[in-house]
Ligand binder design. Structure first.
Ligand SMILES: Nc1ncnc2c1ncn2[C@@H]1O[C@H](COP(=O)(O)OP(=O)(O)O)[C@@H](O)[C@H]1O
Ligand SMILES: N[C@@H](CCOP(=O)(O)O)C(=O)O
Length: 291
């Protein structure tokens, strides 16, 4: 038997659509695996009533298949599904690491990234690895053409999750298929600024580098109160705010001293537009760990 905890993650960070991701210190999924003749799945915890236990439909079924590692898999969800906090990726990453250990497959964490991404294909239609990479490797990750570059960093964050569901599959449909050259140049400048900020653990640079005009505005429209919540976080000291993953969560970057104020400003702003929400005061954290 093997048990693995894998963290929530926030992908894109505005300027790094399908490329950037960070592991969050909390929340997390815990996955326990035991060898079996065929794969069976049991799900408990946050939002478990919306998650299928059929191995053809649950992300961990695809991971078990990819590793040829049939097992009885118990998932205790800490990361609510359709949150924009890498819920499906947390389960995929935890299952990949746990089954790799259970069956002595010998893959490195880097090699497990495309295997865990097979789970993402089940739910979003594409095997994007910007969530599973930080869930496995921790820190800030740059996922590009199958290669992943991890960077250790220390950045305080607030992830604010409203009681709205936005599925990644639906949010991928609103992504524009073309962009203006001016906006592309702006995105490259932001992405480079953000990457330097991560290397320096500098919340000012990371926050400035989240600014992006192609994908984020289309996704923000799916989130009730997005502009108000973003403005409130910035007024409370956030250095940058954007859609977390495909939404509906918002991710704010700030200095450690401003984190509690930013979190409560975001909650108040959601409440003002009639939306219940919860805020995780967190930071860039470690990847999946054995328990
Ligand atoms: N183990 C799992 N954990 C979370 N969601 C899962 C899992 N397996 C399948 N799903 C399905 O994936 C969808 C959530 O994934 P996604 O839309 O990518 O949300 P998130 O942004 O939180 O990752 C839901 O439809 C859910 O039923
Ligand atoms: N790059 C993907 C990331 C989806 O993240 P999730 O946490 O919402 O699953 C996208 O933007 O579609």
């Amino acid at each position: 038997m093997r048990t693995v905890r894998a963290p929530a993650t926030s992908a894109n960070l505005g300027s790094g659509f399908d490329v950037f991701g960070v592991a969050l210190d909390r929340p997390a999924d815990v996955v326990r695996v035991e060898k079996a003749e065929k794969t069976t799945i049991e799900v408990t915890g946050a939002g478990s009533q919306y998650i299928p236990e059929d191995p053809e439909k649950n992300v961990v079924g695809a991971v078990a298949e990819a590793l040829d590692a049939p097992a009885h898999i118990r998932i205790d969800k800490g990361v609510r599904p359709s949150s924009g906090l890498g819920s499906s990726a947390a389960s995929s990453a935890a299952a990949a690491l746990a089954l790799n250990g259970l069956y002595d497959r010998g893959y490195s964490r880097q090699e497990l990234v495309p295997i865990a991404a097979e789970g993402e294909a089940v739910v979003s239609g594409e095997a994007h690895s910007d969530n599973v990479a930080p869930a496995l490797l921790g820190g800030f990750t740059v996922a590009r053409h199958g290669a992943v570059t991890p960077v250790e960093t220390d950045i305080p964050l607030v992830a604010c999750l409203p009681e709205i569901a936005v599925s990644t599959r639906d949010a991928r449909r609103v992504v524009p298929s073309r962009a203006d050259m001016d906006d592309v140049v702006h995105t490259v400048g932001s992405a480079a600024t953000l990457a330097v900020g991560m290397c320096r653990s500098d919340p000012e640079l990371v926050g400035a580098g989240m600014d992006e005009r192609i994908v984020t505005p289309a996704r923000a429209e799916l989130i009730t109160g997005y502009d108000d919540v973003r403005d409130a976080a910035l007024a409370a000291g956030a250095t940058g705010v954007t859609v977390s993953g495909a939404g509906p969560s918002l991710l704010a970057v700030c200095r450690g001293t401003d984190r509690a104020r930013v979190a409560s400003a975001m909650l108040d702003a959601f409440e003002d537009v009639g939306v219940d929400a919860r805020a995780y005061q967190t930071k860039v954290g470690a990847g999946a760990t054995f328990h």
